[in-house]
Design a protein around this ligand. Structure first.
Ligand code: ADP
Length: 614
């Protein structure tokens, strides 16, 4: 801890300056949220102290756990004051907390700002505006604070006009906690009224657990919303509480509230947001579930309560059984947490299942936002059955990029003789949709799932069957349509294969080490050739994904399959002089068609040009 007591003036981090500027100019019409943000910080500060005091009672400085948030105003001085007796901050903490932004997603946030005020205001809302929102209504903010447990002489005063700099100095402060004084801007006088402040508190902060006191009166409900009976709560109550726990101003898509009594007793109130947060794909990002034990706040972001693939869920879990002094480390080893985690996971999956069944529109909104994360869950064996019903894919049934076909839909549409669920993987939707591997399936009217999301390769590696039907890649192994082909077709295929045996061998010799094998295929109707992976080998798409991610992929040689009816193949039978060029072009274009990259594009182009002229 710093012992420096001299006053100093420091600059805000560049991002803070940018944020302040945006906030003051874009959020003006929504100015009331500043109070919600500041009260939420005060409430967090009380929660933090209560938690730390479980391990070190001296932090309460002789008092009990009598936490309060006070709100007062002074008409003459045109100031508004918010005081809490929470954890407070020392000098170092003040400088770093109120001078920089240190949350995940910050970079992403700034890269998405466009300068369009309406859009940016929406983004700021998603980001959670926090302390700096005070400057929406104030042209000077003074913070007086002292960390719980520190000497009275180690108080800190922080002050700024929100332009570019702030000052810090040492202050004698007998009371622990934080006092914020807002010097209101011109035109904000209406905030200097009991009625106005109370109405803002009712709107945004009713559910804060600590009493919010004005004068002698407590103006909020000050009770844990999740502990109240469902019958007493309205949708608006639930929505307001969501904003409180998530800092997300957009109402949630769905929620589930239940009291569980069994081997473990706990209450869960879990929400599915209606849009993804900025750091959704960052697996290290904060988790959104808060853990309470018998209504005492224990920790934010309790990642053990839900698996990583449900990291978008927000809410509260309140356990009646865990010890009050539980820490993250203890939690990791606790058997009770396993039960909680299972209970929460099942609860969320049930919520999503019923959403999918009752409200397709909402569910597809959910899928667009969170589908990629949910897919990661196929790794969890215990949830796989439920989860596989929630998956959605694009498919040749619609040929649209929207992922809205479920495996159950697919199975319901399967032909009577069809045994398997077919899919193709590619790097983009268009590459999947136009993949040569699909040609025979289209001709026979067989539906194929079009997978173009990177995690899809991994999904189909984990999820090998659905309701007893195997998931089969159309680009792997020998195409065996079994009963889907009639005897005449099979006979004709065998004849063609033996008839063209010389040709396939000749192409194989010409391509040498580039291919594992060359053979006749019946998957193609329009293209002359395609590449397939051997039954148990890595698909070309997966090998490319691994390479792009900088990982080692084993060098797998593809099998080149040629279409015996295609004019180019027929023409090749008569070719002598340029046979090697023809073979190479056949191979290269098959690689291009499945989204691959040529080792030597210039040679490909030269060959094409020569063949065009010959
Ligand atoms: P956030 O709350 O999202 O982290 P803020 O900008 O609101 O972002 O606050 C930054 C940090 O400043 C908080 O994380 C907290 O550590 C500290 N802080 C803000 N208000 C208070 C307060 N009333 N008491 C103690 N610490 C506070």
């Amino acid at each position: 801890m710093t012992t420096d007591t001299t006053p100093e003036t420091l600059s805000f981090q560049a991002e803070v300056k940018q944020l302040l500027h945006l906030m003051i100019h874009s959020l003006y019409s929504n100015r009331e949220i500043f109070l919600r943000e500041l009260i939420s910080n005060a409430s967090d500060a009380c929660d933090k102290l209560r938690f730390e005091a479980l391990h070190d009672a001296a932090l309460l400085e002789g008092g009990g756990g009598d936490f309060k948030i006070r709100l007062a105003f002074d008409k003459d001085a045109r100031t508004l004051t918010i005081t809490d007796n929470g954890i407070g901050m020392n000098r170092e903490e003040t400088i770093s907390n109120l001078g920089t932004i240190a949350r995940s997603g910050t970079k992403e946030f700034f890269s998405r700002l466009t300068g369009d005020q309406q859009k940016d205001a929406h983004l700021i809302g998603q980001f959670g505006v926090g302390f700096y929102s005070a400057f929406i209504v104030a042209d000077r903010v003074t913070v007086r604070t002292r960390r719980a447990g520190d000497k009275a002489a180690h108080g800190v005063e922080w002050s700024s006009d929100g332009a570019g700099q702030f000052s810090v100095t040492t202050l004698e402060r007998p009371e622990r906690g934080t006092e914020l004084t807002l010097h209101l801007r011109e035109g904000q006088e209406d905030l200097l009224s009991d009625w106005k402040l109370e109405s803002i508190i009712h709107k945004y902060s009713d559910h804060v657990v600590q009493p919010i006191v004005m004068g002698e009166r407590t103006v909020n409900q000050a009770s844990a919303l999740w502990a109240r009976p469902k019958s007493e709560l309205t949708d608006d109550d639930y929505k307001a509480f969501y904003t409180h726990v998530s800092h997300d101003p957009v109402p949630p898509l769905a929620w589930t509230h239940a009291k569980v009594e069994g081997t473990q007793e706990y209450t869960q109130l879990l929400y599915v947001p209606s849009h993804p947060p900025l750091d959704l794909h960052d697996r290290a990002a904060r988790h959104g579930v808060k853990l309470y034990v018998r209504r005492v706040f224990i920790m934010d972001d309790a990642e053990q309560l839900l698996p990583p693939w449900l990291r978008f869920v927000r809410g509260v879990v309140d356990s009646a059984d865990l010890p009050l002094n539980v820490s993250r480390e203890l939690l990791q080893q606790s058997k009770d947490i396993e039960t909680l985690r299972k209970g929460c996971t099942t609860r969320v999956l049930t919520l999503l299942t019923s959403l999918a069944e009752t409200d397709q529109e909402k569910y597809s909104k959910f899928w667009t936002g969170f589908g990629r994360v949910l897919k990661e869950g196929v790794i969890d064996f215990s949830s796989r059955d439920k989860l596989s019903k929630l998956l959605r894919f694009a498919s040749t049934h619609t040929d649209q990029p929207e992922e809205n076909v479920s495996l159950a839909d697919y199975v319901a549409r399967m032909k009577p003789e069809q045994q398997q669920i077919f899919f193709v993987t590619a790097e983009t939707f268009n590459a999947a949709k136009h993949s040569p591997h699909l040609e025979v399936f289209r001709k026979k009217g067989l539906e194929v799932l079009l997978l173009s999301d990177r995690v899809d390769e991994w999904v189909v590696a984990q999820l090998t069957e659905f309701e007893g039907k195997h998931l089969v890649s159309v680009a792997r192994g020998d195409l065996d349509l079994g009963k889907l082909e009639d005897e005449a077709e099979k006979k004709q295929q065998e004849e063609e294969a033996s008839h063209l045996k010389d040709l396939t061998e000749k192409i194989a010799r010409s391509l040498g080490a580039r291919v594992k094998q060359v053979r006749i295929t019946h998957r193609l109707t329009q293209s002359p050739a395609c590449l397939v992976a051997d039954e148990h080998e890595l698909s070309g798409n997966l090998a490319r994904i691994l390479k792009a991610a900088g990982q080692k992929a084993p060098d797998v040689k593809p099998i080149l399959e040629i279409n015996p009816k295609h004019p180019v193949v027929l023409r090749l039978q008569r070719e002598e002089a340029k046979f090697d060029d023809w073979s190479a072009v056949l191979f290269d274009q098959a690689l291009l068609a499945e989204g691959g990259q040529l080792d030597d594009p210039a040679t490909f182009v030269r060959r094409i040009n020569e063949l065009m002229l010959s």
